[in-house]
Design a protein around this ligand. Structure first.
Ligand code: 5AD
Ligand code: SF4
Length: 456
């Protein structure tokens, strides 16, 4: 009988992707994914360590799961609990000490060893936890089952992992390790498999995806721009995206690749702050004007490009004047969408040790001001879409019967009345209304005619 596997995913899209691959890795052992933890034979929390709040969520969830595990054991059943991802990498054995009900702890680079770890955890001699937070010499990509092609109309494809940038606030270089790019041919093969299974949109993933420099079989090295253009040649693939990027790695070849129709006119390009003094302390290795110049070049290549970013307020030493520089940069760039956070000191990172930490109230005030501006920009952008017709790739059903939801080229969620047969298709939709976080529209052409539609 199939065993039930429940994976709860926190944090970034890389984790979402990793969860899919863990599911694939466990399938040969008879595990099938389920939607709720109740009755599961194995539960994996795929965790995020980027800010304190994200880490703490894991321990509160583990408290709840312990009860579930105990009641299952009282009924004579068994449940394995695993902690994966960046909290696992950062805290290792500490997790089992704080939460003894955890059977498995494994970092982002070792989930190809999952079947073996699970077998060990199921053996009685290993009660007390199987822990694997290595950075192995072998690449997990060489050992995982091939991409199963089961992701649906939109899919993630990991092309790069890790980060060598060492921004002083960030745990990623420690939890995900050094930068690594997958070989070009592996990526192309996986993209073809996805396209053949009905995927229309692929988002290339990497912690620092635009630092991609993959080898080809004939010894060449390709950047992300070259890779995108090659992927654009694959039949069936209609849309390409990539996330997330660093301004320093925005090379000309990549900027020019934005002219390609299949490369979607939306880019997440975090800048974090607008003050050169703070950028320097963050070790970002660029100035605010460097960033402005990159944006100008991108908009020259792709005038309709919509931008998204990440911001941190209250980095140690941030003065009112520094913060005003951030507001000025946001005003200059004009974002379609953005994420903003209060600085959260992370153990082991250089910035956590800076004496001049900013009081919580100041962080909160600055965050509120910044978010007001970013929200106003998002609302204005969404409003500017009303009356326009966008190509929408319907990728899921809406809340209401007869409704489908998809993404616009600019990453907005768009919903419209549409028959289920349009799921997985790119359809022209006229935007009627802008809501807080989505757009409502009307299908103008179905693009594909079915006998039912023809006779209607
Ligand atoms: N505190 C607050 N925000 C952080 N980020 C990364 N580390 C921290 C931290 N210590 C934010 C950055 C990054 C995003 C993924 O999370 O803005 O781009
Ligand atoms: Fe973290 Fe991104 Fe800086 Fe790398 S480039 S250290 S992932 S914020």
């Amino acid at each position: 009988m199939a065993k039930k596997l429940y994976i709860k995913t926190y944090g970034c899209q890389m984790n979402v992707y990793d969860s899919v691959r863990m599911t694939d890795a466990l399938a040969p052992m008879g595990y099938e994914p389920v939607e709720t933890p109740e009755g599961a034979d194995m539960i994996i929390l795929n965790t995020c360590h980027i800010r304190e709040k994200a880490s703490e969520k894991v321990f509160s969830e583990l408290g709840k799961l312990r009860k579930l595990k105990e009641s299952r054991e009282q009924q004579g059943g068994e449940m394995l609990i695993g902690v994966a991802g960046c909290v696992a990498q950062a805290e290792g054995e500490e997790i089992v000490r704080r939460a003894p009900s955890v059977d498995l702890v494994f970092g982002p680079q070792t989930y190809h060893r999952l079947p073996e770890m699970v077998s060990r955890a199921l053996g009685d001699e290993n009660r007390g936890g199987v822990i694997d937070t290595d950075f192995p010499v072998e690449s997990k990509f060489d050992f995982l089952p091939e991409e199963s092609g089961s992701q649906g109309p939109t899919a993630f494809l990991s092309v790069q992992e890790g980060c060598d940038k060492f921004c002083t606030f960030c745990v990623v270089p420690y939890t995900r390790g050094a930068e690594f790019s997958r070989p070009v041919e592996d990526i192309i093969r996986e993209a073809r498999t996805l396209a053949a299974s009905g995927t229309r949109e692929i988002t290339l993933l990497g912690q620092n995806v635009n630092a991609y420099h993959g080898e080809t079989s004939n010894g060449k090295t390709w950047g992300l721009g070259r890779l995108l253009l090659e992927l654009a040649e694959i039949d069936g693939l209609e849309r390409l995206r990539y996330t997330t990027s660093h301004p320093r790695d925005m090379e000309d070849e990549l900027i020019q690749a934005h002219k390609a129709e299949k490369v979607m006119p939306y880019l997440h390009l975090p800048v974090q702050a607008g003050s050169d003094r703070i950028l320097e302390m963050m070790n970002r290795k660029h100035t605010a004007d460097d960033y402005r110049r990159v944006i100008d070049k991108l908009r020259e290549a792709r005038p309709d490009l919509a931008l998204s970013g990440d911001f941190i307020v209250g980095f140690p030493g941030e003065s009112d004047r520094d913060f005003a520089d951030t507001i000025r940069l946001v005003t200059d760039v004009n974002y379609a969408q953005a994420y903003s956070f209060k600085y959260s000191p992370r153990p082991g990172t250089p910035a956590a040790g800076i004496a001049d930490q900013i009081p919580e109230e100041v962080k909160s005030q600055r965050l509120a001001m910044l978010q007001e501006l970013l929200n106003a920009q998002q609302v204005a952008f969404n409003q500017s879409c009303v009356g326009k017709t966008f190509n929408i790739l319907f990728d899921r059903k809406g809340k209401h019967e007869g409704q489908l939801i998809g993404r616009s080229p600019f990453m907005q969620s768009v919903f419209a009345e549409a028959p289920d047969r349009l799921l997985g298709n790119s359809i022209d939709v006229r935007i009627d209304r802008a809501l807080a976080n989505s757009l409502a529209g009307t299908v103008v052409t179905t693009g594909i005619e079915s006998p039912a539609a023809a006779s209607a």
